[in-house]
Design a protein around this ligand. Sequence first.
Ligand code: EPU
Length: 420
Amino acid sequence: MYYFAVEGGTRLSGEISVGASKNAVLPMIAASLLADRGTTVLKNVPNNADVRTMLAVISQLGAEVDFDKKSHKVTIDASRVNSYEAPYDLVKKMRASFLVMGPLLARFGVARVSQPGGCAIGARPVDQHIRGFQKLGAKISETHGYTVAKAKRLRGTVLHFDRPTHTGTENILMSAVLAEGKTVIINAAQDPEVVDLCEFLKKMGAKIEGAGTSRITIRGVSSLKAVEHKPIGDRLEAGTFLFAAAATGGKVKVRGCPPEHLSAVLFKLEDMGAKITGGRNWIEISAPRRLKSTDIITDPYPGFPTDLQALAMAALSIAEGTGVVWERIFENRFLHVMELQRLGANITILGDRATIIGVDSLSGANVMASDIRAGAALVIAAMSAKGKSKISRVYHIDRGYERLEKKLQKLGAKIKRKEE
Ligand code: EPU
């Protein structure tokens, strides 16, 4: 098992590029199943564990897959898919495997997918996905831990999500594109990854309007073809470098992500005293010697992303003053707090709110990652701390980042991957 050995105290500086967004690539890999002809090509794909898991899921279904890790190019031929089942072994590794349900159901009229179950950050049910498939006319049954959906052909409908669900919106989009007639999704997720998935589906021949708003209209077509696409840059990876620079008093230019995908975050970084500049596809941060505290509320896009909450908290831990973080998306996304406390942070939790009283400095310690972003938050805290830290369970971080340590080294961080 790998761990990161980090020696804190270096100001990060320099330029870095982000790869394609993991959370855009995953639904696109699933959407490639919709093409009954041609080869899908995805570019700039990060070689992280979640991407490899999604490719394993569709390979198991009979898709021919190639991932050239040097050129970061994925090619997929889904013309001979001959299985409609995503098994427990793969779905338990990654909840997003549930995204194959929509495309399988739409193209083959049947899908059998292991139920994802809970995860470290919360219960995370998929009831909104299921309700959507039912509204589209699918019969759903649940047996032996699997959800089975069947429909001769899906029929367009109007559905209203209880709350804007990111993968729920994607799953319904990928089923409605081949349904008969018009589907309207109300209270849809507005995230840039959802918009990019719509761009990808439209290239394939889908008819979609309203992407990026809370009301998306889809007019079903009878078939879709494989296409080439370069997904948007990863705003969460970009946010990681911005908070890393902020917490170490650094100056970093991040290429590959437009500022508007992170506007809520950039606004908060400015509140914290950082100077932000940006252009078409880049953001630069220049952080003060000491950050100022601020309050953060996580919300669906365009609100402050829950995925960067832990990273913001790492920075707030050493800011001047007291800040409150209110986590409104996931009920258990505070597992990083105990680990930040081990590094000397002064944080108390009351329900879904955490109060962070900034300390003068953190001090290196042994800590443990519990999910992708909690892990990245600990890396940031360790880089800003005095002395050495050991961050174990790096496999969580590797799910969402391709060699995070290499990119941080390029910015001057003293971080090494080591084996136990
Ligand atoms: N929810 C339901 N029922 C549903 C679906 C969602 O109650 O059927 C609830 C969830 O439990 C949660 C809220 O609605 O409280 C929002 O969840 P959402 O469905 O939007 O999350 P998700 O689609 O499962 C995606 C990302 C996550 C990211 C969240 C929030 C992917 C593959 N995953 O998850 O990313 O945190 O949206 O933005 O896109 C990560 O990359 O590390 C990650 C966890």
